[in-house]
Design a binder for this molecule. Sequence first.
Ligand code: FAD
Ligand code: FES
Length: 333
Amino acid sequence: MAKIEIPAAGKSFECAADDTILRAALRSGLGAPYECNTGSCGNCQFELLEGEVISLFPDAPGLNERMRQRGRRLGCQSQPLTDCKIKVPMRDDYKARILPARTGGTLTATHDITHDIREFRFRLDTPNPLLPGQYGLIGADGVNGARAYSFCNVTDTGGEWHFQIKRMPGGACSAALFDRLKPGGRVSLDGPYGNAYLREDAPRDLLCIAGGSGLSPMIAIARAFAVSEKLAGRALHFVYGGRSMRDLAGEDMLRELPGFGARIHYHAALSAPEAEWTGRTGFVHDAAKDIAGGDLSAYEIYYAGPPPMTEAVTKMAIACKAPAAQLHYDRFY
Ligand SMILES: Cc1cc2nc3c(=O)[nH]c(=O)nc-3n(C[C@H](O)[C@H](O)[C@H](O)COP(=O)(O)OP(=O)(O)OC[C@H]3O[C@@H](n4cnc5c(N)ncnc54)[C@H](O)[C@@H]3O)c2cc1C
Ligand code: FES
């Protein structure tokens, strides 16, 4: 165990030798900033004032060489070699509502959702609950580093975590999950993480926008919305974007929910559809704008997908008068 001190905040916490500084801070209940947890966004940067750390992912895109030279490190990829003193801007809104924990998971079932999205269900050795919209880290055999995957299930006990995962061409973890992991197979799990969870106290209608692999957390939010007493008088518009008809997903899962067609509505938009497609065409952010009537100020907006998609949604939402506090998203690096 290393002791990590944040002198400016008057805080300290313990970090196990095989943990990372960000994750140990969150496990201790401290509000350390982050987003992706996988070395891409750079939000977890801290300044190393004293001590030594090692990076699990030295070429992580979230930090450039200039920042490294200035003593900056990525909290999500730094393991302590000694006690350390660090400088990081702590923020209460990053405090975990459910403390993330590490455990093992056994694959209990899989099923295909589209030609390249599959649901994977894991039973946890030690259950840990989750909030709809959050994600967990999966460590698969033979893959360097854990990958972030959003939950699609709603669970109070956290006995099972379910994920809808897209096969990425040439991707190390998605290949391990799709091609090598069989029911009964084991992975390491860590979570829950993430701040794009359902706000049941926000008295607004919901717009859930999913681009491709962004399906999973939007399904979790819709499932929780359907049974939420606090949101009983509200409507949810689910907007799914893919390229062609074989990418279409999500409608069957929403149809099973109470309120489908009355207050839960599914919309799909395809950006490169076949000639026989008669539905919406174009990008998902344009479809969402159209569905909301060009003014998003009255919506709580949740979205997930590849960074170009999330950036397009953010730009559109702000231009359509949505306050930043009503936007909740994860960029799937
Ligand atoms: C918050 C969040 C939620 C996500 N949710 C989903 C989801 O629900 N469904 C889904 O299909 N995808 C999701 N993703 C994307 C997913 O995490 C992977 O990026 C994607 O599956 C490709 O991984 P790969 O290993 O197959 O490809 P690769 O190309 O092998 O890996 C790419 C990703 O892994 C990271 N990485 C590469 N090497 C290392 C290393 N040594 N250590 C740590 N990280 C490394 C990269 O920064 C990049 O993010 C999510 C991403 C984020 C950030
Ligand atoms: S949280 Fe560490 S780089 Fe994104």
